[in-house]
Each structure stands twice: as structure tokens, then as C-alpha cells.
Design a protein around this ligand. Sequence first.
Ligand SMILES: Nc1ncnc2c1ncn2[C@@H]1O[C@H](COP(=O)(O)OP(=O)(O)OP(=O)(O)O)[C@@H](O)[C@H]1O
Ligand SMILES: [Mg+2]
Length: 382
Amino acid sequence: MPAENQEIQDQPWLDPDAEPFIQIKGVTKQFGDFVAVSSVDLEIFKGELFCLLGGSGCGKSTLLRMLAGFETPTAGSIFIDGVEMGEVPPYERPVNMMFQSYALFPHMDVEKNVAYGLKRDGIDKEEIRLRVAEMLEMVELTDFRKRKPHQLSGGQRQRVALARALVKQPKVLLLDEPLAALDKRLRERTQFELMNIQDRLGVTFVVVTHDQEEAMTLSTRIAVMDVGKFVQIGTPTEIYEYPDNRMVADFIGSINMFEGRVTENGADHIRVRSAEADSEFFIDRGLSIKEGTKVWVAVRPEKIRVSKSSPDNTDENWLRGKVEEIGYLGSLSTYRVRLENGKIVDVTVSNQIRPKDGRHVVYWEDEVYLNWDAGSPVVLTK
Ligand SMILES: Nc1ncnc2c1ncn2[C@@H]1O[C@H](COP(=O)(O)OP(=O)(O)OP(=O)(O)O)[C@@H](O)[C@H]1O
Ligand SMILES: [Mg+2]
């Protein structure tokens, strides 16, 4: 297959002719006067692992519950697989939902909880046995299959809920914070498992999370939500490297922001003077931002180099400061550097070289120079 076709196949949202599998059109949800979801539009394609990401209370669960049919939109419409879902009850939708609060049957053991939906659908006994066993194996609960939910830890209960949702092989699986109670190792493993299952079964996943790392790892695309609205929709790379605004830039990972004004707008570059950084920044791409406009030059901590000697072949994109804090994380070190005017800049350095005698090259109170490539910052106008 030509590379271009492969790319379109992997990213159907780039194909203007592709039919979305889920369409959300102008959907609003009000609880009394309170607007939980505010006129959102979204298209999700078959086989996507789509994440709804945002802080607590921004409307993620509400949107998911409308897809599942547990809430009715106040306005707008939802189509799944070409069918308007307006009057379709939850159990007739081609979706299955894993709730934020698991909702396991307390009187049934793990095996019966997972088998429940299949049994209700009248699936053959032997097939149920096989599918349940395979699922329990996958979520590492085979040894716990005879336990009741109250005899399990929070993470184990969550895995039962996950197995129960997956075992029915729905066309769309809606997952509300599926991995929140798992420890780091299991979480990472389960993330990969989720991606594998999704790849294998071609199920479309819509996952709600407030964990940005999880969203970055899992997703084909992410919708970042804030107070009932989408603030940006894009691939993890787009969201991380090209945030549209300060809210997204700040919510995803950490970022240093320098307020300033555009002093020069060239065809292939712009310059920004920042009083806050007491410096001028050069960005090596043309942006249609008028001179004099207030902007924020945003640079990710890992894109900044730190050194003890001044960078020689450049008079732009560098700052001087003093190391105030060091966080040693093993694979990485983080430095908080205070500029002369008091502004703090965060820098992350990968510890590629083992420190000699346990001593790091850069130390507390050291005077350091920070600099970055002219292509590294994003320039934000809002
Ligand atoms: N049944 C309801 N009646 C009134 N308000 C509600 C109802 N359900 C949700 N809300 C409100 O709507 C907003 C969005 O809730 P939602 O559960 O969608 O948030 P969320 O993004 O899932 O948050 P979290 O990350 O904390 O789970 C919240 O302010 C919540 O209080
Ligand atoms: Mg929620």
C-alpha cells in the first residue's frame, strides 16, 4: 500500500470522503439552568481510540452517558453507525459502557459478573465459558474468578468491570476512567492491552480520562474539554506540540510561557519582545500575527538546553538564571531556574550520561544559560 494511503487509513479523519462512525451534532445537556455540555460537534471514526480529556466537572461523563443513552440531550443529535439515536434505548444501541463507578453485581462472583451480559443475550454456554476465561486471563483475574466484588481491591474491581464491558465485543466501547484505580505498572500494561484489543477487534473506543499521560499514550485523537466545550481536537502530537491556546498548552504537560509583543513579522520568522523574560525571542516560521499583538511564547521544558557557559553563536532565544531547585527523577532531571527578574523557568533534561561520582554537572545555585531552537516554541494569541 502506498505510504499516503496507509496514512489516510490510519487517520480517517484526514479523508474528506470517510464516513464517521459516531456523529455528535450540536449536542447540549442542561441540568435545570446548569449547562454541563454546551453545543458540541464531534465526529469519531471506526476503529478510533478517542479520548475525552479534561478537568473534573467539565462534562466528560455527561457526554459519554449521552452516547450510551443514559442521558438525553437537551438539544442536538447523535448518530451511531448512521442511525439517529434519539429514541433508541441504551440496550438497543451498538455500544457498551464501563462506568466510572464500576456498578458490579455485589452478589455475583467475578466470573458471573463478566458472564452476565453474554448469558442475557442467550449465548451458548461453552462459548461464554471460553470468552470469560480469555477475558479474565487478559485482566489477570483468573485466580480471583470465584470472589465477590467486596473481596477485591479497587483496582481488581475495575478490571472486572473492564472485562465485563469487553467480553460482549460491542461496536463501540465507552469507558469512563477505565484505569483510574490501577497502579502504574498495571495501568501501563492495561493501556497496551486496550490498544491491542482495539486493534484486534476493530472496536471503536471512546475513553474518558482526566489523566493526560494516559490520553497521550492511548489515543488516536483527543478532545480537550473545558466547561462543557471542546477547546481543541487533535492527535496527541498536535495537542502537545501545537496547542491552540494557553489552556490546552498548560493542561497537557508543563510549559513555560513568556508574555510579550510581536516586534517583527517576516515571511519566514517572527520576533517577540518579552518584558517578562527581559529578552527577545526569534521564531523561525512565518505566522500571521500582526506586529504589536500581545502573544505568549510557550516552550516545553524538555526543549530547553541548560549549560554553564553562554551560548556563543546566538544572541536570541537564550536566558540567564540561577538554579533554584533540582528534581532528580532517575531518567530525567528537572531544574527550576530563576531569571534575574524573578521569573521561574522549568527545564527537563534527560540523564543520558551517568553522573560521575554521583555528582551532576549542574548544581543548586549555579548560574546557568538556557536556550532553545528557533523552531521549538509555539506562539499563542489566546
Ligand atoms: N444529574 C445531574 N444533575 C445536575 N448536575 C449534574 C448531573 N450530572 C452531572 N452534573 C453536573 O454536570 C457537570 C459535568 O459533570 P460530569 O459528570 O460530566 O463531569 P466529568 O467531566 O465527568 O468530571 P469528573 O472528572 O469529576 O468525573 C458537573 O458540574 C456536574 O456537577
Ligand atoms: Mg466523570
